[in-house]
Every structure is written in C-alpha cells, then in structure tokens.
Design a protein around this ligand. Structure first.
Ligand code: NAD
Length: 256
C-alpha cells in the first residue's frame, strides 16, 4: 500500500500496542516518521515497538492520568526533540444495552475514551505551539456519526470526541495545530474479534462495501491527516467505514 510522506515527523499514538494503533504506528514508520507508542499493555506495547525497529519507542501510559500524559509527552520530546503528531486512539467498549449498562461502566468508558482525549490535547498544545504547529487525530467511530445499538457510554464518548475535535480545530487553528476526527466502521481488531465477523467480501452486510475494514485501511487515513498533504484540513470528520454512515443499501431496505 502506498504511504504518505511523514519524513522527520515525531508522533505519539495512544493505545498503540495492538489493533488500529499498532497499524497506525507501522504507517508512520513506513512513511519515514518516528513514533512513541503508549498503552496500558506493557508487554504487547514493547513487542510492537521492537518489531518497528529504531524509529519506535514504547512507554506505559494510562490516558486517564494527567501525570502519565505529562511524562509521555516529555519523553517524546526528550527522545525526538519535538512532537508533530498526536493520535488519540486508546479506547474501550462495553457492548451493553443502555438499560443494562452500569453507571460505573458508563463513567469508565467516558473517562478513557473522552476525558483521556481531552487531557491529551490539552497537554500537547504548548509543545506543538512551540514547534510552530502540529496535527492531532482523534479516533472516534461510525458510532460517533450515527446511533448504534449496544453503545450507550461508547457512542456518547465517540460523539463527544467528534465535538471536542471541532472545538480544538477552531481554537487551535491560529497556532497551526490541526485537529481532525477519524470514524472507523467495523474493523478487525482485538476489540471486535469477539463479535466473530470474518474478513472478506460478502461477510458484512452492515457496510455497503460488504466487508469489514482492515486496521491498515484506517491507519492510511490517519497517516494522511498527520501529513502535510492534509495541511488545509482541520475540523474534518473522516468516515472510513465501507459506506456504513452513507446510508442504507437496497439490500438492507428490502431484505433482498
Ligand atoms: P483494541 O482494543 O485492539 O485497542 C485499543 C487499545 O487501547 C488497547 O491496546 C488497549 O490496551 C488500549 N487502552 C485501553 N485503555 C487504555 C488506557 N486507559 N490507557 C491507554 N491505553 C488504553 O481496539 P481497536 O479496535 O484497535 O481500537 C482503537 C480505537 O479505534 C478505539 O478508540 C476504538 O474505539 C476505535 N474504533 C475501533 C473500531 C473497530 O471496529 N475496531 C471501530 C470504530 C472505532
């Protein structure tokens, strides 16, 4: 797959031990950039960074902790001398009906998926401003563009990430910090593996393209937004969802 030019860029990716974050880390390195992967999964994170070679580092990081965020971004600056990109990718889902979701689960999802993104953006602002700008990519979801069953806290957090991205875009434009959101559809990762949908054409009628997405297909969009090729994009919401949020297919409407 063709890669965008990220030569000289230093990028921090949260939740990068596996799944979409790990695929995005690979895209950054393939594009010539350097990456600090962070995650609560220490062994998997260290392994992912080791596989990517000299251009990658790993640090343990809980995105809900302000102290961790300070340490992570300070580490990125000490390793790379700068921070050009931040991908707020870490997230969890609970998959429960609204009626059955506990308040504790709802709060935990909001804390990781939304408050974690807020702390990350806030902590990165002065460092990116000092560089003369940067690109922040927040991983929302198709569930942040439309209502999706079984996503009470998750969907609410992803709508919040979409809104927070727009606020960041308008407030930070004068600092040349671009803020965009990416909205993946159903994509094969450890998060969605338990649902049991196999890769391949025709296996997923939920998306007009008829299949689930692959992590590298989401990563390609994130890498683009990190790059200077997206220099005029801020406040955009980029759906990478096989057409899911575009609307319903005839097959879906008629059952045939
Ligand atoms: P994943 O579970 O494979 O990866 C998420 C990573 O986030 C894990 O490595 C996990 O350890 C990490 N994480 C969880 N809590 C954390 C915390 N407190 N601090 C730091 N890291 C933490 O899932 P994925 O599918 O790769 O998801 C990545 C992002 O993409 C998530 O924000 C998810 O909501 C979003 N997304 C995924 C899909 C999909 O179909 N897979 C669709 C839409 C959006």
């Amino acid at each position: 797959m063709a890669v965008v030019d990220l030569g000289g860029k230093a990028v921090v990716i949260t939740g990068g031990a596996r799944g979409l974050g790990a695929a995005t880390a690979r895209s950054v390195v393939d594009g010539g950039g350097r990456v600090l992967i962070t995650d609560v999964l220490e062994a998997e994170g260290a392994e992912t960074a080791a596989e990517l070679g000299d251009a990658a580092r790993f640090l343990r990081h809980d995105v809900t902790s302000e102290g961790d965020w300070e340490a992570v971004l300070a580490h990125a600056v000490s390793e790379f001398g700068r921070i050009d990109g931040l991908v707020n990718n870490a997230g969890i889902s609970t998959g429960q009906f609204l009626e059955h979701e506990s308040v504790e689960d709802f709060r935990r999802v909001i804390d990781i998926n939304l408050v974690g993104v807020f702390i990350g953006i806030r902590t990165a602002i002065p460092l990116m401003r000092a560089n003369g700008g940067g690109s922040i990519v927040n991983i929302s979801s198709a569930a942040g563009l439309t209502g999706l069953a079984l996503t009470a806290g998750y969907g609410a957090s992803k709508w919040g990430v979409r809104g927070l991205s727009k606020i960041g875009a308008v407030e930070l434009a004068e600092d040349r910090i671009r803020v965009n959101s990416v909205h993946p559809g159903m994509t094969l990762t450890p998060m969605t593996a338990p649902i049991g949908i196999a890769a391949g054409e025709g296996n997923y009628p939920g998306a007009p393209l008829g299949r689930v997405g692959l992590p590298e297909e989401i990563a390609a969009a994130v890498a683009f937004l990190l790059s200077d090729a997206a220099g005029y994009m801020t406040g955009a919401e980029l759906a990478v969802d096989g057409g899911w949020t575009a609307g319903l297919t005839v097959k879906y409407l008629t059952g045939r």
